[in-house]
Design a protein around this ligand. Structure first.
Ligand code: COA
Length: 425
């Protein structure tokens, strides 16, 4: 079977998490992704948070599947020649260097365009043009500057960052979408273009409903936020809403059986208006169906603590999976809090390829998250990440058509290999 991006070649200048997420997706869609790494060092994550000595970390292996790796010193004159040759043959250059790095390397946009006018140059930066454009940015910086942290946590506590990597992986996803759109536009224009995604912008896009609430705040308190029912006044900015649901239907995380010892024995429970009567029956409060203090959503808003307290008395009598089964029979929206251990062991996620076991020559078998996007005509096969420089000679010969003599010459220039250590006399 063919792949959606078969024939597309990516010059992958990405590192750490945001850029690699993007190019990994493109590789899963069938693009030939050639990851360029610094000789002897490689992507810094190869050596970060290592669980086993001297093997590529899970950080690296889980973000760089299905790619080829070549080592190239792009500051070496011969290395620049190889890079230029690669630019001529690739469709897309993806990078998430710090601001200005590509220019300092000698490859500003105008130069790349003159080398290959069809080249799409896709970049992730922390911020778009503005006061912070020269700053380096990592995940939590993006979460804090993109509106996620100020709206996450409880209203009387610190701003919080989330475990989901919305700044890094989220922006990688945004960039991948921009790249495939640019590839599509190129089929009509024949031209490449610049595609940029700033991490602050990506996070704000994901926090869109909070900017919605910021504007609603000008017209009165946010009645679905718990603090409204608790009589706590609103300030001039959207507050942190704890575990309240982002839609108009009140929701909370409630204890289930075993919560005293299991940190994940909880369920998310939404008191959705259309199923209110069923909720009353399930929890044993049939009188609430008609009682004026509980029957209609506006009356309930001031009593959410009491109502969720009563629902929790019921959820505490069930484990989270039992509660899920019972509630779903009545279409009551809910979700057990699943631990990473439970997700890793989940057989249905294994069956769909969302959780995959991958074999690696130096680390052995490990679990990874496969492609979350399923395509009927472009199935994903998750292949292990490359070793550092594993495909250097292969790419020079097969992709660039260099002869053995030329390859040897490039090796001699020092552009492909770390400087040799000279033994002390
Ligand atoms: N050969 C030679 N030099 C290379 C090279 C190669 N193959 N690959 C990278 N380098 C050099 C660069 O030219 C640069 O040198 P310079 O500063 O002298 O111009 C140097 O490596 C450092 O690059 P930089 O990207 O700034 O790395 P960093 O470790 O200092 O910063 C980040 C890391 C992530 C903070 C930064 O890249 C960044 O802000 N990226 C954009 C936002 C982003 O993606 N952040 C999230 C990361 S998950």
């Amino acid at each position: 079977m063919t792949k959606a991006l078969k024939g597309v070649r990516i010059l992958d200048f990405t590192h750490v998490q945001s850029g690699p997420t993007c190019t990994q997706l493109l590789a899963w869609f069938g693009a030939d992704v050639i990851k360029v790494e610094r000789p002897g060092v490689g992507d810094i994550t190869r050596g970060q948070l290592q669980d086993k000595p001297n093997v590529d970390s899970l950080y690296f292996t889980m973000l760089n599947h299905n790619k080829r790796s070549i080592t190239l010193d792009t500051k070496n004159p011969k290395g620049k020649e190889v890079l230029t040759a690669l630019m001529k043959t690739c469709d897309v250059l993806v990078e998430n260097f710090g601001p200005g790095v590509l220019d300092r390397m000698g490859f500003p946009w105008e130069k790349i365009q003159s080398i290959n006018p069809k080249m799409i140059v896709a970049s992730i930066k922390g911020f778009g043009p503005g006061p912070y454009e020269d700053c380096k940015v990592y995940e939590n910086v993006a979460q804090c500057t993109g509106g996620a942290a100020s709206t996450t946590g409880f209203h009387d506590g610190l701003p919080l960052v989330t475990g989901a990597q919305i700044g890094d992986s989220g922006t990688g996803l945004h960039l991948a979408l921009g790249i495939v759109a640019a590839l599509y536009q190129r089929t009509a224009t024949g031209r490449g273009q610049r595609v940029t995604a700033a991490m602050q912008d990506g996070v704000l896009n994901l926090a869109r409903v909070k900017l919605r609430d910021q504007q609603r705040l000008a017209h009165g308190p946010l009645t679905e936020y718990s603090q409204f029912g608790e009589g706590i006044p609103f300030g001039d900015a959207v507050p942190r809403a704890g575990n309240d649901s982002g839609g108009g239907q009140p929701g909370r995380i409630l204890k289930c059986k075993g919560w005293e010892s299991d940190p994940n024995a909880y369920i998310y429970f939404i008191t959705q208006a259309p199923v209110w009567e069923k909720i009353c029956d399930v929890i044993g409060e049939p009188g609430w169906k008609t009682h004026p203090d509980y029957a209609k959503p506006p009356a309930r808003l001031k009593r959410l603590n009491e109502i969720f307290g009563r629902i929790e008395q019921w959820t505490m009598t069930k484990n989270k999976f039992e509660a899920m089964d019972i509630l779903n029979k009545d279409d009551i929206p809910c979700g057990p809090i699943l631990s990473m251990k439970e997700l890793a062991e989940d057989q249905s996620l294994r069956a769909t390829g969302t959780v995959v076991e991958v074999d690696h020559p130096t680390r052995g078998k490990y679990l990874s998250v496969g492609n979350p996007i399923k395509m009927s005509d472009s199935p994903t096969e998750v292949l292990r990440s490359p070793l550092l420089g594993e495909h250097t000679d292969e790419v020079l010969r097969q992709v660039l058509g260099f002869t053995d003599h030329q390859v040897a010459e490039i090796h001699d220039s020092g552009a492909l290999d770390p400087p040799r250590k000279v033994a002390a006399e």
